[in-house]
Design a protein around this ligand. Structure first.
Ligand code: NAD
Length: 260
C-alpha cells in the first residue's frame, strides 16, 4: 500500500470508529465544481484587491457598492449552475450513512445542500450567495430577481420597502459574524471526536479557529487540502491532494466498513 492509500485508509478507519464527525469546508472544496477559490493561482484575489471589498467600503460609497456588485455578480455566475462534485457527494453520503454530525462551511455556494446534506446539518459561517439582504431593514430577497436588475443596468440595487442598500447575504471582511452560527460551530467543534478540514487555506479568521478548538478539545484533526496550511503541524493526519478523488476514496472504504 502506498503512502496516500495508507492515509486514505486511516481517515476512513477514524470516520468508521468515531461517534461525532464534523466536516469543515472551504472554497477549495468547490473548485472542482468550477467555482474559483480566493487564494489559489487564478483565484479571485489574483484579479481583485480584497481591501476594496471590505464591509466598511461597501457602506462608504456608491462607487464601492457598484464595484462590490460587479465582483459578486461574477462570482454568482460561477456558483448559480455549478454542480456538486465528488467531494460534496461523499460528504452527503457520510450523512446518509449516519457518520456525519454536521458540516461547518465557509462556502457561500449552497453546494452541500445541493449534494444532499440536510439544511439543519450545514452551518454557513459566511452566509449564502443565494439570497440578498437589505442592510437597513433586513428584508430578504431571492438572488435571481436582484441579478435580473443588475442585468438590466442597475449597478447597485436598493430595497423596495425602505430604500436601504442591498447586499448578497454573505459575510464580507469587516462584517460581524453571525452569532448563532458561530455559537453552534463552537459547540460542535468542542464536542466532536473527529474534525476533518477539506479545501481551506485556514487563514481566514475567526473561521479558521475551529480546527484548533476541536484539536484542543481532544478531537483528532484531519486536513485534506491541495496546499500546506498553517495547522498541518498540529494535525493528526494531512493529505495534500484533490478533494474529489480523496473524499471519494475515503467514502468507498467507510461504506464498506459501516455497511458490512
Ligand atoms: P482559500 O481560497 O483561502 O483557500 C482554498 C484552499 O483550497 C487553498 O489552500 C487550496 O490549496 C485548496 N484547494 C483548492 N482547490 C482544491 C481542491 N480541488 N482540492 C483540495 N484543495 C484545494 O479558501 P478558504 O480557506 O475557504 O477561505 C476563503 C474565503 O473564501 C471563505 O471565507 C469563503 O467564504 C470564500 N469563498 C467561497 C467560495 C465558495 O463558496 N465556493 C469561493 C471563493 C471564496
Amino acid at each position: 500500500m502506498d503512502d496516500l492509500n495508507d492515509k486514505i485508509q486511516k481517515a476512513a478507519d477514524w470516520i468508521a470508529e468515531s461517534a461525532t464527525v464534523v466536516v469543515f469546508s472551504g472554497a477549495g472544496l468547490s473548485t472542482e465544481s468550477g467555482i474559483p477559490d480566493f487564494r489559489s493561482p487564478g483565484g479571485v484575489w489574483d484579479k481583485y484587491d480584497p481591501e476594496d471589498f471590505s464591509f466598511q467600503n461597501f457602506l462608504a460609497s456608491e462607487k464601492s457598492r457598484e464595484r462590490y456588485w460587479q465582483l459578486a455578480t461574477e462570482m454568482y455566475e460561477s456558483i448559480k449552475n455549478a454542480p456538486p462534485n465528488d467531494a460534496h457527494l461523499a460528504i452527503a453520503e457520510l450523512e446518509r450513512l449516519g457518520k456525519l454530525d454536521c458540516v461547518i462551511t465557509q462556502n457561500i455556494d449552497g453546494l452541500h445542500v445541493k449534494a444532499g446534506n440536510s439544511e439543519e446539518r450545514v452551518i454557513q459561517l459566511h452566509g449564502t450567495s443565494l439570497y440578498v439582504t437589505c442592510l437597513s431593514c433586513n428584508k430578504r430577497y431571492e438572488r435571481d430577481p436582484i441579478q435580473e436588475r443588475i442585468r438590466q443596468g442597475i449597478r447597485a440595487p436598493y430595497c423596495d420597502d425602505c430604500g436601504g442598500p442591498l447586499k448578497p447575504a454573505t459575510i464580507s471582511f469587516g462584517q460581524s459574524m453571525p452569532v448563532e452560527e458561530m455559537q453552534e460551530a463552537d459547540r460542535r467543534s468542542s464536542t466532536c471526536d473527529l474534525f476533518i478540514v477539506i479545501g481551506s487555506s485556514l487563514v481566514v479568521q475567526p473561521a479558521a479557529s475551529f480546527p484548533l478548538i476541536a484539536r484542543r478539545s481532544g478531537a483528532k484533526l484531519v486536513i485534506v487540502n491541495r496546499d500546506p496550511t498553517p495547522y498541518d503541524s498540529v494535525a493528526d493526519l494531512v493529505i495534500h491532494g484533490e478533494a474529489g478523488v480523496t473524499m471519494a476514496g475515503i467514502l468507498q472504504k467507510v461504506r464498506k466498513m459501516v455497511t458490512n
